[in-house]
Each structure stands twice: as structure tokens, then as C-alpha cells.
Ligand binder design. Structure first.
Ligand code: SF4
Length: 398
């Protein structure tokens, strides 16, 4: 993949700069809030511990919003992190006001904010609801076991996780997504089942419309990686994880959740519209340190440094890097993301010269039951979803 660095002061071509900064044709907006209380053991994301400079960062986000306004109506907005719920209600409201001031929000279909349970007190949630902006809450619960939460170095307790869902439902949030992590060191199938059972037993489970279950991965440079290297923790056997997936699928069937992506499940009609658009390669714009934007061909990302981002925004010159995707890169990315969803690969999205190649590459996977084919698409089966990355690699154009 080609990658070009366009430093703030020497970017090539005014026309390109204009397109990247101002004229991106998009309907999805992502706001990145990089702050976290502290680092979780498994975390490989860009995040900043501590509360310093949050005010200036919020100012910088509002400033970038003013620089990247567009007239195309927004369909989805997503506040992610980091931990967006570490911002005060006033700080969030300033960002919301800026979005309303600089963008057309009349056609919004979904506005999500990620939040951690320890922040979701009743007054905080009431304040969020009063903004009449967020209609979907994604709660980073990860586990309902205090032992597992301690091992992951999460801030909250199991009790706080349960209270967060209750408080959110009482405040009127009826489209809640819960994040859980499976395949934890030391986790048994019984332990995983207990997590699922706790979720099902919540008095406000009806408000939980979406479940994201990620298998724990070892990120480079994470504390988890060091703990494993020192032998303090041990990842579970692959067979345990496979059985945990089986328990998850059974839970989803019993509780009326459908799988629509490798790690994402929902009640009918409650797929994440924002993430589904990512997977369809809809153009999006990302605001904030390390946030990515994409117009179908060019991907650009702000520098992953909140201090430099903030000072850049103050002078109207936020450092960013970008890459221009070749047709082959764009195709390979499409195959990779499409095969992770139940919708699979749409044949008409495949450029003519590579269609024959795709037909040949798909054959063995259709034969062994990992893919199905109809007039329009190649779709992964449930087992196919578990092998999506491998199937995609076999279909790449090199
Ligand atoms: S809350 Fe999320 S982003 Fe922050 S350290 Fe933990 S895993 Fe990373």
C-alpha cells in the first residue's frame, strides 16, 4: 500500500489539500476523544491518561469541526475513544453545539457515544439525554466478573456495569450496545457463560439492542503482551475459544440476537448504522487526534498526539498523514471488510479484470461450506465468518 506523508507546511498541491480538508463528500462523522482514566492491560489504541488539557482539546475539536464543515446532510455521528464519557456534560455539549452549527443534522439516523460504566451515573445520563442528540449508547462493559475486570485493569466493577445499563435505561436510552471480551486468560467456558447469563438477567436487558463480542487479541506494546511474556498470564486454548463462540451463538439465538458481523450481534433492526457504513466503504470524516477520514480513494489521519493536534488546530494547521489507495488496495480492503459481514462480497463491486480470479478463489470455500454464492453475492457462512481473514487473504489481488 502506498503511503505519502503530507506535512502540515509542505503538502503537495493546493487542490489536494482543499479536497482533503474541506470538500470531502461524506455523511458520517466520527469524533475521537483520546482520554482514558488509565491504560487497560490489553489496549493498543492511542489514548491519553489523565485529565490535563481536556478543555483545550475540546476547543481544538470545535475548531476542526468549523474547518471541515460541509453541506451534505449527516446520517450518522459516532463519539469514540479513548473514553468520551470522561468529558464533562458541558464539554460534550460544546462539541454537539459545534456539530449543529457547522453541519446539516436534519437527516441524522443514529448518534452513538461510547461510554465506560464508571461514568454512567444517573445525573450524567440525564444530562446526556437532555442534549437530545445521542440516541445510542455503547457501554464498554467487557466483563461482568470482578476478577476478569481486575485482570484487564478496568476501572469499573461488575456492580457498576449492571447499574450503568439500568441508569441508561431509566434515563431513556433504549438503544444500548454492550461490549464484552471473550477468550480471556484463565477464562473457562463456565466463566464466559456466566457473563452471558448476567447480561440476560439484567432487569433492563430489553434496552440492550446490540452486543459486540471481541476475542481478546494481544496488541504489540500492551501490558498484556508483557504479562504473557513473563508467564504471569496464559492465553486460553483455541478449543476453549471455539466453544465460547458456540456458547455465544446459542445465547444469541435464545435471546433474539442475529449476527451481522464477525464480532457484532443485534436484535432485528438494530445493526450499527455507522459501522455498517464503514464496512460498505461509505466516505467518512474523522475529527480529533488520530482520527481517520476516507473519501473512497484517499485516507487521511490526524497526528496521534493530542498536544500537537491541539496546538495545530489553534493555528488552523493540523498535522496529518495520508495515503492514496490504488484500485488494487481499495479492492483488497473491500474484500477484507465485506467478508467479515454476513452480506459478504457484492459481485458488482468487483472490478471486471478481477472477477474471474474471484470465481476461482471462492470455489474451494463454497465446496467446504465456508461461503455461499447467489446471483449477487458471495456470503460467508457462520463458520466462514470465523475464517474471514484467511478467506480474504486467498482472494486478494497481489
Ligand atoms: S478504556 Fe478503551 S481506549 Fe481506554 S485504555 Fe481502556 S481499552 Fe484503551
Amino acid at each position: 500500500m502506498s503511503s505519502i506523508l503530507i506535512p502540515a507546511t509542505t503538502r503537495g498541491g493546493f487542490a489536494e489539500r482543499d479536497r482533503l480538508l474541506y470538500y470531502l463528500d461524506f455523511e458520517m462523522l466520527y469524533i475521537h476523544i483520546p482520554y482514558c482514566h488509565h491504560k487497560c492491560t490489553y489496549c493498543g489504541f492511542y489514548s491519553v491518561a489523565g485529565s490535563r488539557d481536556r478543555e483545550a482539546y475540546v476547543e481544538a475539536v470545535c475548531r476542526e469541526l468549523s474547518m471541515r464543515r460541509t453541506t451534505k446532510p449527516l446520517r450518522t455521528v459516532y463519539f469514540g475513544g479513548g473514553t468520551p464519557s470522561l468529558l464533562s456534560l458541558q464539554q460534550l455539549e460544546r462539541i454537539v453545539d459545534a456539530i449543529r452549527a457547522y453541519f446539516d443534522t436534519s437527516k441524522l439516523e443514529e448518534v452513538t457515544i461510547e461510554a465506560n460504566p464508571e461514568n454512567l451515573t444517573a445525573p450524567y445520563l440525564e444530562g446526556l439525554a437532555r442534549m437530545h442528540f445521542f440516541d445510542r449508547l455503547s457501554i464498554g462493559i467487557q466483563s461482568f466478573s470482578d476478577n476478569e475486570l481486575r485482570m484487564l485493569n478496568r476501572v469499573h466493577t461488575a456492580k457498576q456495569a449492571m447499574e450503568a445499563v439500568h441508569n441508561a435505561a431509566v434515563a431513556g436510552f433504549d438503544n444500548i450496545s454492550v461490549d464484552l471480551i471473550m477468550g480471556l486468560p484463565g477464562q473457562t467456558e463456565r466463566g464466559w457463560q456466566a457473563n452471558l447469563d448476567t447480561l440476560a438477567s439484567l432487569s433492563d436487558v430489553a434496552a440492550v439492542k446490540h452486543l459486540s463480542c471481541y476475542e481478546l487479541t494481544v496488541e504489540e506494546g500492551s501490558l498484556l503482551e508483557r504479562q504473557l511474556a513473563m508467564g504471569r498470564l496464559k492465553m486460553p486454548d483455541e478449543t476453549v475459544v471455539e466453544r465460547e463462540y458456540g456458547l455465544l451463538y446459542a445465547w444469541c439465538e435464545t435471546n433474539g440476537f442475529e449476527q451481522y458481523e464477525v464480532s457484532n450481534f443485534c436484535r432485528p433492526g438494530f445493526r450499527s448504522r455507522h459501522n455498517s457504513r464503514y464496512w460498505n466503504r461509505t466516505p467518512y470524516i474523522g475529527i480529533g487526534a488520530s482520527a481517520h477520514s476516507f473519501d473512497g480513494t484517499i485516507r487521511r489521519w490526524n497526528i496521534a498526539d493530542a498536544v500537537r493536534y491541539t496546538s495545530g488546530a489553534a493555528t488552523g494547521d493540523i498535522p496529518f498523514e495520508s495515503e492514496v489507495l490504488s484500485e488494487r488496495d481499495a479492492y483488497n480492503e473491500y474484500v477484507m471488510t465485506a467478508l467479515r459481514t454476513v452480506e459478504g462480497i457484492e459481485k458488482k463491486m468487483v472490478p471486471e479484470p478481477w472477477r474471474e480470479r474471484l470465481v476461482l478463489a471462492a470455489k474451494p470455500y463454497i465446496a467446504n461450506g465456508l461461503l455461499t454464492e447467489d446471483e449477487e453475492r458471495y456470503k460467508p457462512t457462520r463458520s466462514g465468518l470465523l475464517h474471514a481473514d484467511g478467506i480474504a487473504a486467498a482472494m486478494f489481488v497481489l
